[in-house]
Design a protein around this ligand. Structure first.
Ligand SMILES: [Zn+2]
Length: 212
């Protein structure tokens, strides 16, 4: 049985749904495993601060991976409109929270997405929700970038798509592999953004990143 708690709904950033969703059976199993993990770490799972932790983490992890239950193409299809606008549409500074699949630690940052319509546009908040649907899974930043690009390209069939992600990986920062505040940037382009350096430059200028 699924429990769904509706949070704040869409925020002003445009469509980051805050919905907690967990499966009771999976929660029970995960709780069991996290209890064992705490024990293996030498912790006393019965002490007050930790008593509810396994169940809490079990729910939290399902929230952080809820993108598996979402079809990002459906999000775009739910708001597609015929429109003759053929200029670049940019949604920048989309907040990004994802989980590195190698260390199960967060990477956080911003996504900037642009496309050049070819007779069809989508709701701006839908772009942010596509980012979220792919981010709420176990990820690597490179694949996340390409998945967002391909979903928009294949669904909306625009004249070009550009995706830039800038993110801080806690697995790097906390483990001392990387200088603190060092940001990883990835990008993926199709169509006009790939073919025309001028279009790409315009996009990069407009999102204000240091990427070259
Ligand atoms: Zn990692």
């Amino acid at each position: 049985m699924d429990s769904i708690n509706f949070g704040m709904g869409e925020n002003q950033n445009g469509g980051y749904d805050r919905i907690d969703r967990w499966n009771d059976e999976i929660t029970a199993k995960l709780t069991e495993h996290y209890t064992a993990i705490l024990h293996l770490l030498g912790e006393d799972g019965r002490r007050e601060g930790l008593k509810e932790t396994p169940a809490r983490v079990a729910k939290s992890l399902q929230f952080l991976t809820q993108g598996y239950g979402t079809d990002p193409a459906d999000i775009l299809k739910s708001a597609m409109f015929q429109e003759d606008y053929e200029e670049m549409v940019i949604v920048k500074d989309i907040e990004l929270f994802s989980m590195c699949e190698h260390h199960l630690l967060p990477f956080i940052g911003k996504a900037h997405v642009a496309y050049i319509p070819d007779g069809r546009i989508t709701g701006l908040s839908k772009i942010a929700r596509v980012v979220e649907a792919y981010a709420r899974r176990l990820q690597v930043q490179e694949r996340l970038t390409v998945q967002i690009r391909d979903c928009i390209q294949d669904t909306l069939k625009p004249l070009g798509v550009a995706v830039v992600i800038e993110a801080l990986h806690l697995c790097m920062v906390m483990r001392g592999v990387q200088k603190q505040h060092s940001v990883t940037t990835t990008s993926a382009f199709t169509g006009g953004f790939m073919k025309s350096e001028k279009t790409r430059e315009e996009f990069i200028h407009l999102i204000g990143t240091t990427l070259r």
